[in-house]
Design a protein around this ligand. Structure first.
Ligand code: TXA
Ligand code: MG
Length: 347
């Protein structure tokens, strides 16, 4: 399949009339799959009302068939077409954080959305992305668009059109290139079907930000304990992984450096994931600074690109520093722990 590529300047006014957007929207209306930027990561979109269209997403990504897709919309009004009821807390959150990186899980109205997208569940996750290109496409098609992250299943999510191209060219109809995404990690997934809403996946909107609006929430226990079965189907799969084995290391940088030498003496090629603060301290086969510790948003923004960049160095092992488990750090640690397959060592 020929994969079309369009470049769009996300800063121009009124993108809806642009030929690139119209052409991409036409493909979506024809039930083809197209990748596009959102404020979190690139998504791989298809008409959420059509089974054949949605099936193409699963095929292109190699995605497990039991993992539901998030439905993207541009207009809050249409939510009631897809769900039974919108609880007060969900309304308050939409008002506060939409458009933005918050996916809200609600009880679904039967028979409207493709069952391929919702994989037979009685709930559906909906979000309004905060990106002019995504919103222009949604408005131009006037369709609900099902869109997972536009990576091959298991690989780090794409934060540039180049990442999407590397994973999916030849397998999808098109990619709208709107430049690098902003947040860099996926949306927060919040289950609002319970009286006390539950975070199923930490992401761009922090637990604190949600609590400021609706008060008490809880966190799916599986996020804290790898032995438990997660409530969000997607969270049980290995994810975000670079080619080499990744291990998270709790300890001082001097101890981490000693471990690097030890592993190199065993004949391994070793990489280190650190931040600008320690970049020149480490001696290893590859050292990558992922943002700055002073600004965890910068770490989130670069994390997936960093994980992909390690693949060019043909390493055996990547050691990663830890990050504070608060604010956006919760989402960073969640993705790193998963990318490491839960391997964490303390020195
Ligand atoms: O930021 C994002 O959310 C990006 C952009 C493209 O919007 N999308 C994204 O989609 O990350 P995906 O498919 O890679 O992750 C969706 C997550 C999965 O863990 C899935 O299991 C969960 O949301 N999910 C979707 N619908 C659900 C539902 N009804 N109940 C529980 N979890 C659900
Ligand atoms: Mg994904």
């Amino acid at each position: 399949m020929d994969t079309k590529r369009w470049s769009v300047d996300k800063n121009v006014d009124n993108l809806t009339g642009y030929p690139q957007i119209t052409q991409a929207a036409d493909l979506l209306l024809n039930n083809e799959v197209v990748a596009f930027p959102t404020e979190t990561v690139y998504g791989l979109g298809a008409n959420a009302l059509n089974d054949q269209a949605v099936a193409k997403i699963f095929e292109a990504k190699g995605r497990p068939a039991d993992n539901p897709l998030i439905i993207h919309i541009a207009d809050e009004e249409v939510v009631s077409d897809f769900v039974e009821e919108i609880p007060e807390k969900a309304k308050q959150l939409m008002k506060a954080y939409w458009p933005g990186p918050l996916t809200i899980i609600l009880k679904m109205k039967e028979g409207v959305l493709s069952e391929k997208a919702t994989v037979g569940l009685s709930t559906v996750g909906i979000r309004m992305p905060d990106h002019p290109v995504a919103l222009a496409l949604l408005q131009s098609t006037n369709l609900p668009i099902a869109a997972p992250s536009a990576n091959s299943s298991g690989r780090p999510s794409p934060t540039t059109a180049e990442h999407v191209w590397d994973d999916l060219h030849g397998k999808i109809s098109g990619i709208v290139d709107g430049g690098p995404t902003g947040v860099g990690l996926e949306s927060t997934v919040l289950d609002c079907t319970e009286e006390v809403p539950v975070i199923l996946r930490p992401g761009g909107i922090t637990a604190q930000q949600i609590e400021e609006v609706i008060g008490e929430i809880t966190v799916d226990p599986a996020l804290l304990d790898s032995g438990q079965k997660p409530k969000s189907p997607g969270m049980k799969y290995r994810h975000y992984a670079p080619d080499a084995a990744l291990v998270l290391v709790k300890g001082e940088r001097e101890d981490i450096q000693r471990l690097i030498l030890e592993k190199q003496q065993e004949g391994l090629k070793v990489g280190v994931l650190t931040t600008e603060e320690n970049e020149s301290f480490y001696q290893a086969d590859k050292v990558i600074a992922c943002g700055s510790r002073e600004n965890l948003e910068s770490v989130a923004g670069s994390l997936y690109d960093t994980l992909r960049n390690f693949n060019s160095a043909d390493l055996d092992l990547i050691l990663s520093e830890m990050f504070p488990d608060e604010g956006v750090g919760q989402a960073i640690m969640n993705r790193l722990v998963k990318a490491a397959g839960y391997r964490v060592i303390s020195l």
